[in-house]
Design a protein around this ligand. Structure first.
Ligand code: M6R
Length: 623
């Protein structure tokens, strides 16, 4: 979950690396560092803290270096500190690493017995030491890298430079994301596309087990170890470039640099909340006029769909909440039982998946380790795997049998917002199509739902009008130690999502509960110091939810209600946030908006860095 970058070309490397690191800081922000080669040889600058702390210790003017690597860290092995900051070096070899070396203890003792003295507590440091130890034995740098890599177990994306080969930049991928940016007489590598979008839109997506050797003018791919069969499916989000035979496959992505900028907002999270009308529209654009065409494009035959007995979905965090919403919709529209499970649980137990079952993974990044493992597990059992994913070329998208891309654009804020509603849009479309194909959803109903879905972007726009009100409410709940979020039916996952957003951004403890379950325990917590957020749209469960509000009020609780029926609730609740009315299956799109904003403002008012909340990272590539 760290971010790594590298550059070789004609530009001054240091500003390029620093710019790339800034754009990857969402991946980890415990420490940062760079290394570059100039007339003085290799220089390394690193520090505990953020990229801006690193920029304070860099030489001015920037030294004339045309090659370098950089790192922003999310600590796994060893506390955040100067000594554990990357890059790590030994004997003129410098390495930046994202991932975990599982056998580092064993390698460390082997190297210690050869006389190596370690300067950090990281797993990473074994890598430059292994390489330099092979070089001491007489191998050139490139062969030493290959030998060292064959010693490693675990997941890694590595960037390497060496004093002996100042004209070469090396990048190795195994299990952690790594892309190569292709420029004119220059190359970049990075953990994620936004790092270098301002320089190039052309990328090579490395496969596991591949090493890319870049000089200023060319890039060469080497397969280290057995080749992993490529299942890369990229073209529907990018245009494939035809390259000479044997050259790496270069894909042009359709993201713009502006998509990864704040564009006048103070925070990425707020910008991303406001982008939702557009990102939901974009996600549906290709299919909304003819959802039935989606199945063909996903490689799902009528026979498969009709033969389905059960559908499995696995995901983490916010993506898991989208999966829970989908369960309600798919079961209602397609009469197909849906098992939804947190990916880290799914992967570690006996799965009753039968051959030809459909398995869906949902992941914004496409790199979440637990979700990838669940997808692989399902694939091993013979399931057809479909991923709903936001990042073209990500591991999930490459390994799944089929991909449905959400079109949310880069999501930089650590708290997921626009990816969630884009996932809901994709899942609604799939639900409608499954319902139609399985003969459970008649054409007229499908038509009604699709036309309601088309209105969703403009309804989200209206829901965003509660922004100022959520800021006022955030100031009233400031100082609360804990909050309860209640919802019923399809809005129960929205209560979970509201609670997750609040805790990760404001650091106020929050729990989501099915409203009907409150009386079985959480009601004991309610008093005047406990704000309770209730999601209460008008539907078949509305009156039952009203009773739950009464129960909270009777115990002195403070109720904040999200509803499309404010007049009836003003007398009961302390705060009423109005959202537009929608088809009951689509109400989650609108109810989540005030909850995202409430969390955002609570975080801001508590003085937190909402884009990079403490202890978190955007892309969780460790298990
Ligand atoms: O990239 P993914 O969708 O697989 O990420 C899953 C979770 O890590 C993610 O949703 C996380 O819970 C967010 N911080 C929630 O805001």
């Amino acid at each position: 979950m760290c971010g790594i970058v590298g550059y070789i070309g004609y530009r001054n490397a240091l500003p390029v690396l620093m710019d790339g690191l800034k754009r990857l800081e969402y991946r980890g922000y415990d420490s940062a560092g760079v290394a570059y080669i100039n007339g003085n040889g290799i220089e390394i600058k690193k520090t505990k803290g953020r990229i801006e702390d690193l920029s304070r210790i860099l030489p001015l003017p920037a030294p004339d270096a045309k090659i370098g690597v950089g790192h922003t860290r999310w600590a796994t092995h060893g506390a955040p500190s100067d000594r554990n900051a990357h890059p790590h070096a030994c004997g003129g070899v410098v390495v930046v690493h994202n991932g975990i070396i599982e056998n580092y203890r064993e390698l460390r003792s082997r190297l210690a017995s050869e006389g190596h003295q370690f300067a950090s507590d990281t797993d990473t440091e074994v890598i430059p030491r292994l390489i330099s130890s092979y070089m001491k034995g007489g191998l050139p740098l490139e062969d030493s890298i290959k030998k060292a890599v064959s010693d490693l177990r675990g997941s890694y994306a590595l960037g390497i430079i060496g004093q002996d080969c100042p004209g070469n930049l090396y990048a190795v991928r195994n299990g952690s994301p790594l892309i190569i940016g292709v420029g004119q007489d220059e190359y970049f590598f990075a953990s994620d596309i936004p790092a270098f979008l301002q320089f190039t839109k052309k990328f090579i997506f490395l496969e596991d087990g591949q090493m890319c050797v870049m000089s200023g003018r060319q890039a060469r791919l080497e397969q280290l170890g057995p080749a992993v069969p490529s299942k890369t499916k990229l073209p529907d989000a990018g245009t494939e470039k035809t390259e000479p035979a044997g050259s790496p496959r270069v894909v042009e992505v359709d993201w713009t640099p502006e998509m990864a900028e704040k564009e006048g907002y103070d925070y990425f999270m707020l910008k991303e909340i406001y982008e939702q009308p557009r990102t939901v529209r974009e996600t549906m654009r290709e299919w909304i006029e003819n959802p039935a065409a989606m199945l063909d494009s996903l490689g799902l035959t009528s026979k498969t769909v009709l033969g389905l007995r059960r559908l499995h979905i696995a995901a983490c965090g916010t993506s898991y909440h989208a999966a829970l919403v989908a369960k309600y919709i798919i079961e209602a529209l397609a009469h197909l039982p849906v098992d939804v499970e947190i990916a880290s649980e799914f992967r570690h137990r006996e799965q009753l998946i039968e051959k030809n079952n459909l398995f869906i993974s949902i992941t914004q990044s496409g790199e979440t380790a637990d979700t990838l493992a669940a997808q692989r597990e399902a694939s091993k059992k013979g399931a057809f795997t479909l991923t709903i994913c936001n990042v073209v070329g990500s591991t999930a998208s490459r390994e799944a049998d089929s991909v449905l891309y959400t079109r949310a654009g880069p999501e930089i804020g650590v708290a997921s917002t626009k990816a969630f509603t884009a996932q809901l849009a994709a899942l609604c479309l799939i639900s409608i199509v499954l319902g139609m194909k399985r003969g459970r959803l008649i054409a007229a109903e499908a038509e009604t739902l699709t036309s309601q879905l088309k209105k969703m972007p403009s309804l989200i726009e209206k829901a965003l009008a509660c922004d100022k009100q959520t800021m006022d409410i955030a100031s009233k709940i400031k100082g609360s130690r804990s909050m309860l979020y209640l919802g019923r039916g399809i809005n129960y996952p929205i209560a979970l999502e509201g609670a997750l957003k609040l805790k990760e951004i404001s650091y106020i403890h929050a729990e989501g509960y099915p409203a009907g379950e409150m009386k079985h325990g959480p009601i004991a917590l309610i008093d005047s110091g406990m704000p309770v957020v209730v999601v209460a749209p008008v539907n078949n469960l509305f009156e039952k939810t009203l009773s739950n509000i009464e129960e909270v009020k009777a115990r002195g609780g403070r109720v904040i209600v999200i509803t499309d029926e404010p007049p009836g609730l003003r007398a009961m609740a302390d705060e009423v946030i109005e959202v537009p009315s929608a088809h009951p299956a689509l109400s989650p799109f609108l109810n989540v908006i005030p909850l995202q904003l409430l969390a955002f403002w609570s975080g801001v008012l508590n003085g937190n860095d909402v884009d990079k909340p403490r202890n978190l990272a955007k892309s969780v590539t460790v298990e």
